[in-house]
Design a protein around this ligand. Structure first.
Ligand code: ADP
Ligand code: MG
Length: 250
């Protein structure tokens, strides 16, 4: 099957404060199949966010390119939805207005966009909070709204950068489970960046392991475990061990 996103020979250099060039991502190659769930894991600073920001059209590649359905991604577009760790919802808009903001911008009428927003809020279990404001919500609730908001734009691909990174362990596990449900319902192509090996194994079809300085792909692993997965499965433990060792060597 044709990949939805195709990353070829991608490199990214930054200039340091001292004016030196610093290679953050080095010759990164990856094809993302339609409807797949890919997780990218790697130590802090290995270039995960940089790769995702280029895929989102928020940053330019120094060399190589990222394609969406065969065309180079050069700026943010509706086909590619984003959920980041601290995805700032608009504080002055209610939950439902936040979710409907994209469709409003696209000129969808109020009735239709609110009806759709309600559907997505139901999907992420936030229907009861439709009239609340972001400051009234917990971190986990805000990330649920952020997911609903991304989905309301009908993206083809969902890019998620440490979306649960700021949440407590229990809420994190809850949201992982819900994200899988949403993914099973919508079958969006998901690329999720995390430094949590456990999260990657719980969620992904395929795990891309990065090493740092410069950020390179160290290994790509297919996860052949049935969902819902349990941390108590022997394969889960084995895979955790394997990936942690690979990361240590990086
Ligand atoms: P990760 O998300 O894996 O933690 P990042 O992609 O954020 O890593 O960063 C990779 C490397 O590039 C880091 O060393 C970081 O300091 C550097 N970097 C990221 N963005 C910039 C920038 N805008 N200017 C300079 N250096 C940057
Ligand atoms: Mg990051």
């Amino acid at each position: 099957m044709d990949p939805v996103i195709s990353i070829s020979n991608l490199s990214k250099e930054f200039s340091t404060e001292r004016g030196e060039q610093f290679l953050a991502v080095d010759n990164f190659n990856l094809e993302i199949p339609k409807n797949s769930f890919t997780c990218i894991v790697g130590p802090s600073g290995c270039g995960k966010s940089t790769v995702l920001r280029i895929a989102a059209g928020l940053e330019k590649a120094s060399a190589g390119e990222i394609n969406y359905k065969g065309a180079v991604i050069e700026k943010p577009g509706r086909e590619i939805g984003l959920v980041f760790q601290e995805y700032s919802l608009f504080p002055w808009l209610s939950v439902i207005e936040n979710v409907a903001a994209g469709p409003e911008f696209a000129g969808i009428n109020r009735e239709k966009r609110h009806e759709e927003a309600l559907g997505y809020l139901r999907m992420v279990n936030m229907l009861d909070f439709r009239d609340s404001y972001p400051h009234e919500l917990s971190g986990g609730m805000r990330q649920r709204v952020a997911i609903a908001r991304a989905l309301a734009n009908h993206p083809d691909v969902l890019l998620m950068d440490e979306p649960f990174g700021a949440l407590d362990a229990h809420t994190r596990i809850l949201l992982q489970r819900e994200l899988l449900k949403v993914w099973e319902m919508t079958r969006k192509t998901v690329v999720l960046v995390t430094h949590s090996v456990d999260e990657a194994i719980y969620l992904a079809d395929r795990i891309v392991i990065m090493s740092s300085r410069p950020g390179r792909i160290r290994d790509i692993i297919d996860v052949d475990m049935q969902r819902p997965r349990s941390r108590a499965m022997p394969q889960f433990g084995k895979l955790t061990d394997f990936i942690l060792k690979a990361l240590e060597q990086g």
